[in-house]
Design a protein around this ligand. Structure first.
Ligand code: GTP
Ligand code: IMP
Ligand code: MG
Length: 340
């Protein structure tokens, strides 16, 4: 029986989608439960040469033996949910994907308000997906729940009951967070943050699992940092510098160009502390050190890469167990057997 949580350590887009796919395909948990804010997320999954962009359905869908659940703390946009059920038809997600009946629903007015508000769309740089107004209505206790809307009929479940029963019976549960530490409503760069805490404790609460049941907290960091939207970014570099280093990026949900910066040891340390990290997954190492592209064996990476990995471990006191060397789930160095 294991219950592991994966969360982002930066400002989102750390490559959680890639790491979740790898871990779920390999470890084959019985339940993959999505935590986090809602459809503002854009996870990229690359599997057997095909690319998927996901906003609601758990990124672990490639493991076709798992039940895919969305926790009560996550905002659900029924249009996005049904679109993704169709989009991932090939993976037989129908019949195994359910949302908690208490999930708040994002309605069209939430999306309109998100986009129409200059404060949210311009000052904060929100994704326009209705998450802020959706969470506001939950706090105001006027939001609809999944159980209240016709379009979610037949797609609801009691997620905490399923998850805790699975753990009681010795089965494995994997909880996927979204966004990142720097976007936490409490611990991020307020007010330039999302509408909810994004740390591991909240991810557990999102799916209804108590803190005593968690085994591992895996925090994902990209080898450089990206940020979309406004707000402080101490290690930011210029667009030109990012282009010269070949690390420019564009957003999965909004298509916006991502701001780019260098790895920030202070941010990594704080993020590991508040998340209670037990493992680090380091992604896009190949983009910083192209010689290690698609390498799967740690002995084959350069001394430079090893030095970087050791620096991250020394700064945080947390072992780097997963090193991602390309977007496909196969491009992964897995050091868990050696380090844990
Ligand atoms: P949010 O939930 O939006 O925070 O997303 P995310 O953490 O899942 O990350 P997202 O998919 O938005 O962005 C990461 C990008 O990096 C995607 O384009 C991935 O395909 C890509 N990627 C992930 N890991 C690697 C890697 O190790 N190497 C390379 N070259 N690309 C990677
Ligand atoms: P909101 O969550 O749409 O309200 O956006 C608030 C801030 O969080 C903006 O800066 C967004 O760009 C950022 N944000 C929200 N979700 C993500 C994500 O999944 N990846 C990266 N940034 C995000
Ligand atoms: Mg993303």
């Amino acid at each position: 029986m294991t219950c592991n949580i994966l969360v982002g350590g930066g400002w989102g887009d750390e490559g959680k989608g890639k790491c979740i796919t790898y871990l779920c395909y390999n470890d084959q948990p019985d339940i993959i439960a999505r935590a986090g804010v809602g459809p503002n997320a854009g996870h990229s999954v690359e599997f057997h040469g095909e690319k998927y962009g996901l906003r609601m359905i758990p990124s672990g869908f490639v493991h076709t033996g798992a039940r895919l659940l969305i926790g009560a703390g996550v905002l659900v946009d029924p249009d996005v949910f049904h679109h993704e059920l169709d989009y991932l038809n090939k993976y037989h997600v129908q019949g195994r994907t359910f949302v908690d009946y208490r999930c708040s629903i994002i309605e069209s007015e939430h999306k309109e308000q998100d986009k129409a508000s200059d404060y949210l769309s311009k000052k904060i740089g929100s994704t326009g997906t209705g998450c802020g107004p959706g969470n506001r209505d939950r706090v105001m206790r006027t939001a609809k729940q999944a159980i209240d809307v016709d379009s979610m009929e037949g797609f609801t479940a009691d997620v905490p009951l399923e998850v805790n029963t699975a753990l009681d019976e010795g089965r494995d549960v994997f909880i996927e967070g979204s966004q990142g530490f720097g976007l936490s409503l409490y611990y991020g760069t307020y007010p330039f943050v999302t509408s909810k805490d994004t740390t591991a404790s909240t991810a557990a609460a999102d799916v209804g699992v108590g803190p005593t049941r968690i085994d591992d907290v895996i925090v994902v960091f990209k080898s450089y940092i990206t940020r979309v939207g406004e707000g402080p970014f101490p290690s930011e570099i210029t667009q030109k510098e990012a282009e010269d280093m070949n690390i420019e990026e564009y957003g999965t949900v909004t298509g916006r160009r991502r701001r780019v910066g260098l790895f920030d040891m202070d941010l990594a340390r704080e993020s590991c502390m508040i998340n209670g990290a037990t493992q680090i997954a380091l992604t896009c190492v190949d983009r910083l050190y192209p010689a290690c592209e698609r390498v799967k064996d740690y002995s084959a990476v350069s001394a430079e890469v090893k030095r970087f990995v050791e620096e991250v471990q020394d700064a945080t006191g947390v072992p780097v167990t997963i090193i991602s060397t390309g977007p496909d789930l196969e491009d992964t160095i897995d050091l868990r057997d050696e380090l844990l």
